[in-house]
Design a binder for this molecule. Structure first.
Ligand SMILES: [Zn+2]
Length: 291
């Protein structure tokens, strides 16, 4: 199969049913994220599933702001997080215990060992909201299905895949009954059954219209506007400076004595931030006064 070079998400629905869906397929946006570190393939795949998932979630939870999924646990993954803002900028990272062998097939339950997922909605104006998702199965898709059934109380199904070049996802949700004009009774069963026949190479290799035609050629599928997504990092000099200042004046003074400056590399995009004593000294003075 040819490899596709798309970075897009598209919503769809089925006429005469309450069922809606989303499909995401990412190429360079995903490659930009995983090339920041030397990831073993299984971690590239895991991160890819998280990136596809945040893209889907971003389009379902329509807020003006930033949405993130963060996995927390006691296993060998110390950090696993992805983020997407309202302009479809995606970023993500995995950090793990590099002294341990990385499994070739990753079970989320095992690598997070008693951990959980935190889904955070940070509106541009408004209060931050965090939902906690238990790790109910081995895959992220299972955890997200659990999240939707709890937070939205709507039956939802998720399929995710990633291969180190592409990542993709498919989402189906059954909306409350009253929103449909007429619904044939077994629509949800039938449509989710057909979706569950999707192969990884189809999820990662076919344009959305082609994929949906292959799965649903006997259904009336309505496709909505395509939205383009891209890699984008929300770091800035000011945000990095705020993080440096949060170390406290004592630690910053020590760093200045040891290194002559404070240097921070963004973990997501590798941007380098360099703060000299002159950049920091006035702020340190202020901090000393206020504390
Ligand atoms: Zn950055």
């Amino acid at each position: 199969m040819n490899s596709v070079t798309l970075n897009e998400i598209q919503r769809f629905s089925f006429d005469n049913t309450n069922v809606r869906g989303e499909r995401v397929l990412l190429s360079s946006a995903y490659q930009e994220i995983i090339k920041r570190k030397q990831y073993p393939l299984s971690l590239e795949k895991l991160l890819g599933e998280f990136v596809a998932a945040i893209a889907l979630l971003r389009d379902i939870v329509k807020i003006d702001g930033v949405l993130s999924i963060q996995a927390k646990g006691n296993g060998f993954l110390s950090t696993l997080m992805t983020e997407c803002d309202e302009l479809q900028n995606l970023r993500g990272i995995v950090q793990w215990d590099e002294s341990q062998a990385v499994p070739e097939v990753i079970s989320l339950k095992e690598v997070l060992d008693g951990g959980y997922l935190a889904i955070t909605i940070q509106p541009r104006n408004g209060q931050r909201y965090q939902g906690i998702v238990e790790i109910v199965g081995d895959t992220l898709a299972e955890c997200l299905e659990q999240y939707f059934s709890q937070s939205e109380q709507l039956p939802s199904r998720v399929w995710l895949a990633a291969n180190g070049s592409q990542c993709g996802g498919l989402f189906l949700q059954r909306l409350p009954q009253e929103q449909a004009k007429v619904e044939d009774e077994d629509a949800w069963e039938r449509l989710t059954h057909l979706a569950s026949t999707v192969k990884e190479e189809e999820l990662l290799g076919l344009e959305t219209a082609v994929l949906l035609h292959r799965l649903y050629h006997e259904e009336d599928v309505r496709l909505y506007d395509i939205k383009t997504m891209q890699f984008g990092c929300s770091c800035s000099r000011q945000r990095t400076l705020d993080a440096v200042m949060s170390l406290g004046s004592e630690e910053i003074r020590e760093l200045l004595i040891e290194q002559g400056s404070v240097n921070v590399d963004c973990q997501f995009c590798a941007e380098k931030y360099h703060f000299t004593e002159t950049d920091l000294i006035d702020l340190l003075g202020d901090q000393a006064k206020t504390h």
